[in-house]
Design a protein around this ligand. Structure first.
Ligand SMILES: [Zn+2]
Length: 116
């Protein structure tokens, strides 16, 4: 799957010039639209976004977030997401979204744990 630095709202829109408006009153409406169109994913705990790449057609994903360098890796968790959805359904819970974020340290050579 993909990995990269999660971007704030304005940073993301700067990389997507020509898609929607960058004016402050509509920036979050534009991000909602980009999310609904499947062009970006929201990293809830960071209030940031990652762009989706060609071939990224997974609906159920988790984010692996490096606490040192800030990289976000998106991983497919389809079987796990299906189990969660079935559990929610069995409890008559109307699921809207599943957000799973895992924090830790990535394996990039230039990312070293500052605590070690
Ligand atoms: Zn890292």
């Amino acid at each position: 799957m993909e990995s990269g630095q999660p971007l704030g709202a304005y940073e993301l829109l700067e990389t997507m010039k020509g898609v929607g408006s960058q004016k402050p009153p509509t920036v979050y409406r534009t991000l909602d639209w980009l999310t609904k169109m499947g062009l970006v994913r929201r990293v809830a705990s960071l209030s940031k976004f990652v762009a989706r790449h060609a071939g990224d057609d997974c609906d159920d994903v988790a984010y692996l977030l490096c606490r040192n360098c800030g990289q976000a890796r998106v991983v497919d968790i389809a079987p796990f997401g299906q189990v969660l959805s079935e559990t929610a359904q069995s409890l008559n819970f109307k699921q809207e979204d599943i957000v799973i974020e895992v924090t830790g340290l990535c394996d990039r050579k230039d990312c070293r744990d500052p605590l070690s």
